[in-house]
Design a protein around this ligand. Sequence first.
Ligand SMILES: [Ca+2]
Ligand SMILES: [Ca+2]
Ligand SMILES: [Ca+2]
Length: 292
Amino acid sequence: MRMTQKRLVISSAIGLAAISLDVSAAPLETLYFTQDVGWVLPGATTTAGGPIVAGPAAPAGAPAGTFSSFSWAGTDPDSDFSSIEIAGYTDTTSPSAGGAQDLNNDGLWTVGESWTISSLMEDNHVIEGPPFPDPLWVTNALSNFRVFADPGRTIELLADLGHATRIEFFETPNTAPCETPSPLGSTCDDVYTGFMIDFTPLEFDFEGFHYTVNFDLQGGPGTLVCRGDGAGLCAGDADAEEGTFRVYTPEGEMSVVDVLASVTVQQIPEPGSLALCGLALVGLGAVGRRRS
Ligand SMILES: [Ca+2]
Ligand SMILES: [Ca+2]
Ligand SMILES: [Ca+2]
C-alpha cells in the first residue's frame, strides 16, 4: 500500500514537472524603452493676439513637425514670455537610471519600477495684457513610445506611435485675491489640464507572459498634480473632475511634471497545459478510486 502511494506521487510529480517545463521560459525581469516626444505648435489665435514662438524642432524619432518647446506672451509689448518644454528619455538617459526610482539599483528598468519616460518643464511668468481666453492655449504633445526586450533594442515588444496627450493651459489673473484655487501660494498659480484617458495602460504578450505598462504623473518640486479625486492639497478644487488631471504651476518659477511608466507581468495559461493538467487530475482521481 505504501509503495503504491509512493509510485503514484513520483509519477505525478514527474508529470507536473514536464507540464511546467512545457509552459515557457521565465518572464522578462528587465525591459528597455525609448520615448520620443514633441509639441504641436498651438495656433497664435489661442492667445488672443499674443505671440507664440516655436522653440527647437523635436529630436529625430519624435512625430514629424513637432517642437521641443514653445513660448508665449501677452499683447502688452512689455509682457514676459512663458515657455513649456517637453523631453523624452530612453532607459539609459532617464533621470531614473541610478536614481531613487531604480529600486534594485542595477541601472536598468526592472519590472515593478516606475521610471520617468518624459518630463514637462514650464517657465512660468506673469503674462501682461487684456483678460485672456480660458484656456489661453490648447495643444497636443505627440509621442512615439517603444518597449524592447533587449538592450540593443532589436526585439520590439510594443510601439505606441503618434500618441496624443491633449493639454489646455490657463493663465489665471495675477492679482490678489486669486479667483481660483492657488494651492502653491503664488499670485496666482497657473494651471494646465488634461485627461487621464491619455494615460491608459498598454499591453502586450511575449513568450507566454502578458505584460501591462502603466503610466502615472508626478509633480516635481513646487509643482502640484491633482487627479480629480479631491484629495489632499486638491481638496476644495471644484474644477478637479473625475478622469482629469490638473497641474498647478506657481508664477515666477520653473515647474516640472514627470510621466512615469512601470510594468507588471502575468503568466498566460496555455490551453494545452490546462488540458494536460486536467487529464492528469482525472487520471489521479481514477487511480485513487481503483485503489479504494
Ligand atoms: Ca532596476
Ligand atoms: Ca503665468
Ligand atoms: Ca497666473
